[in-house]
Ligand binder design. Structure first.
Ligand code: SF4
Length: 370
């Protein structure tokens, strides 16, 4: 096939649409793409893989089939359904936005990008996705997949997140999105990035627009898009109490503050321990810090063993969690731990709580049978 060194962006529309209609994956949010379903799926898909999102999306739609159902839910139920998906701020924003819309008398989402942008948590990309997929409006979208596809197709060098490159990418997306089938076209671009024009080893031989690709023509596919400088992750060391009643029937949990890291979720009692210089604090220092923290909280616990260290990566934090088994006997009707809500939870119902993903990893270390 002859390679076109200066592709006309609009020449890519027909081959991409044709390819999409025969190769698209069947995904639950693609059947019946109502504005609410598209919105929820797009928020869930931010920073999360499709395969991970599918069961969460299905459970969510069974529990909150409409925007009004979501608005009427308790935050804890929302977080519980989101538990394990990460980036919990997304769930809180969805919930808050649904409540704001219903309070304003709107039982669906608006159909234009400017109106969508007024909703909490909806940015330019999500507004474009909802407007084009749910309302058939020719609104452009640029996400991570589209960035990769465009940087290769048009041989765009430099940091793709720079202001100039962002302007260029959005201008290309705007130029390309057709009046007919804008939603299918936007999904075709994302689908190409997700399944063919992948970060590593893209399947250029199967690509419907290979004849238009400048990176392929120039032998620069593996060099584009250029890698971004990663932000440094701050190390965080947590000493954590797997605090249980004598026979492991119940564990004590505490709720996190509603805003910030894992906001509103429940977790095992823990305390951050400073690093020793540039090194991880010694395990004895972690145990001491935890015992002091438990004493401050007036929790009469005794450390009886140590669990396996859990490592957990967040975009800005590299978390190292040292669990300790702590035994403590007290009445099960506790409602407070220090200045935060707290409660004893039976070991059988621990996995159903609105827990942080770190706490889910820790549960795997608990004895299976009391
Ligand atoms: Fe991506 Fe290869 Fe297609 Fe170019 S030819 S858009 S690099 S898959």
């Amino acid at each position: 096939m002859a390679l076109d060194p200066t592709p006309d962006p609009t020449a890519l529309v027909d081959p991409l649409l044709k390819w999409y209609h025969t190769h698209k994956r069947e995904l639950p949010w693609r059947t019946d793409p109502t504005p609410y379903r598209v919105w929820v799926s797009e928020i869930m898909l931010q920073q999360t893989q499709v395969a991970t999102v599918i069961p969460y999306f299905e459970r969510w739609m069974e529990t909150f089939p409409t925007l009004a159902d979501l608005a009427a839910a308790e935050q804890e139920q929302v977080l519980q359904l989101w538990s394990g998906l990460g980036y919990y701020r997304r769930a809180r924003m969805l919930h808050r936005a649904a409540q704001e819309l219903v309070a304003a008398g709107q039982l669906t989402l608006p159909d234009t990008v400017p109106e969508l942008l007024k909703i909490s948590g909806i940015g330019r990309y999500t507004a474009g996705a909802i407007a084009s997929i749910a309302f058939n409006r020719p609104a452009p979208i640029v996400d991570g997949n589209v960035i990769r596809v465009f940087c290769r197709l048009f041989a765009i060098a430099g940091d793709p997140r720079s202001t100039d490159n962002q302007k260029r990418l959005w201008a290309l997306a705007q130029e390309m999105v057709p009046e007919e089938e804008p939603g299918a076209f936007n999904q075709a671009l994302m689908e190409l990035g997700a399944t063919v024009c992948t970060p590593k080893k893209p399947a250029c031989l199967l690509c419907p627009v290979q004849g238009h690709c400048q990176a392929l023509a120039q032998g620069r596919v593996s060099m584009l898009p250029e890698a971004r400088k990663r932000t440094q992750q701050r190390p965080m060391y947590l000493a954590t109490a797997l605090l249980y009643q004598n026979d492991h029937t119940h564990y004590l949990l505490r709720q996190r503050p509603s805003e910030g890291l894992f906001g509103g979720l429940w977790e095992f009692i823990n305390t951050e321990v400073p690093a020793q210089g540039t090194r991880k604090p010694h395990v004895r220092a972690m145990q001491r810090a935890l015992e002091e923290h438990l004493a401050e909280l007036k929790l009469n616990g005794r450390v009886v063993g140590r669990g396996e260290v859990v490592n957990h990566m967040l975009s800005h934090i590299k978390m190292t969690v040292q669990p300790f088994f702590v035994v403590c006997d007290e009445e099960l009707d506790r409602a407070q731990v220090g200045d935060r809500p707290g409660r004893w939870i039976s070991s059988a119902s621990l996995p159903e709580q609105a827990l942080s993903s770190v706490s889910h990893k820790l549960i795997a270390q608990l004895p299976k049978e009391p």
